[in-house]
Design a protein around this ligand. Structure first.
Ligand code: C5P
Length: 326
């Protein structure tokens, strides 16, 4: 029996890029949030050897450059298993969309292989393999609202945000993450190290401020007539948390900036590029407003869909579906 796993996407609520390190990576601060949009990953193990990748999207590589392939190879080694592993990716998420799809697919492969082999890796072994394969994998071992530091691979579960209606809009361009980092390096004046570290610290302060504000506390009583989701989103705007990649991606791809403006006009309370794009998301106070925004975007020929942010408990509950709802 094959094992099927939902491979959920993420958005970045704020992303600050720090100095380029000696290992070539950039120091990062970001708040990751999982969302309900997902690909489906099917794992079959059989007699024999070798790793096979099948996918309904021709842009997805089938060789050892695929993150799923690289995780599968490491899991076989860690479990000292000799089998043929067939990974089928039913791709619904955008490729190069900034939603972490390839990273999430790889973590889904890890969880699916554990189940298929009826063996579990130690948590530190899971984390080691995930961070070796990419900076955006470990967040998917936590789910919900996750603080990412280091090169993004050091992850901390923070108090979960409630589920917000969310629109994901993906302009028809693919943005390469290494190219976006290179463009950032070119544009930035070399900051002195106290200034660079003050920029990083101020991000952590914004996150602290937001997640400890009066609107956040689930037991707190928001002001009369206030909707909690709306109050939280207004607080988020007030913190000034932004994604640094916008300053390099928008000038390169004006269509992406345009989509941000459309979401703002459609009443999203908070709008941002996710990762290095090209997806832009809008968080809404109500589901109907979000659905209306999708309609307007689709009419303007922009690929957009409505979803919601996915808190940690639901993330883990929904990963292994009893029955797949498509
Ligand atoms: O870790 P991952 O393989 O996803 O990173 C892809 C590329 O993105 C890296 O090779 C590097 O060029 C860039 N990157 C970076 N700083 C980070 C994360 C990624 O410069 N924090």
């Amino acid at each position: 029996m094959p094992t099927t796993i939902r491979s959920f996407a993420k958005i970045n609520i704020g992303l600050r890029i720090g100095p380029r390190r000696d290992d070539g990576y950039h120091e990062l601060r970001t708040l990751y949030q999982t969302i309900a949009l997902h690909d489906l990953i099917k794992i079959d193990v059989a007699r024999g050897t070798g790793i096979e990748i099948h996918c309904n999207d021709s842009r997805v590589p089938r060789d050892n450059s695929n993150t799923c392939w690289r995780v599968a190879e490491k899991i076989l080694r860690a479990l000292k298993a000799r089998s043929k592993v067939r990974i089928t990716i039913e791709k619904k998420l955008p490729v190069q969309g900034g939603l972490g799809a390839a990273s999430s697919n790889a973590v889904a492969t890890m969880l699916g292989m554990e189940r298929a082999f009826k063996r579990r890796l130690a948590p530190e072994e899971r984390l080691r393999i995930a961070s070796e394969v990419g900076s955006d994998l470990p967040l998917f071992l936590v789910g919900g609202t996750v603080l990412g530091i280091g090169r993004g691979e050091q992850v901390y579960a923070v108090d979960d945000l409630p589920s917000f209606p969310c629109v994901i809009a993906t302009p028809d361009v693919g943005v390469s993450t290494p190219a976006a980092f290179a463009a950032w390096d070119k544009r930035q004046p070399k900051l002195t190290s106290p200034r660079a570290s003050a920029r990083m610290d101020s991000f952590s302060q914004s996150v602290y401020q937001w997640l400890n504000g009066s609107s956040f506390s689930p037991t707190g009583v928001p002001g009369k007539g206030w909707d909690r989701a709306e109050a939280l989103l207004l607080d988020l705007v007030r913190t000034g948390m932004e994604n640094d990649f916008e300053s390099v991606v928008f000038p390169l791809y004006p269509a992406v900036r345009q989509v941000k403006r459309m979401l703002e006009r459609e009443g999203a309370k908070y709008v941002s590029l996710s990762g290095s794009g090209s997806s832009v998301y809008g968080l809404f106070a109500g589901r109907q407003d979000a659905a209306r925004a999708v309609k307007t975007l689709n009419q303007a020929d922009v690929r957009a869909q409505v979803t919601s942010t996915l808190p940690r408990a639901r993330y883990w509950k929904d990963i292994f579906p009893a029955k797949i709802r498509r």
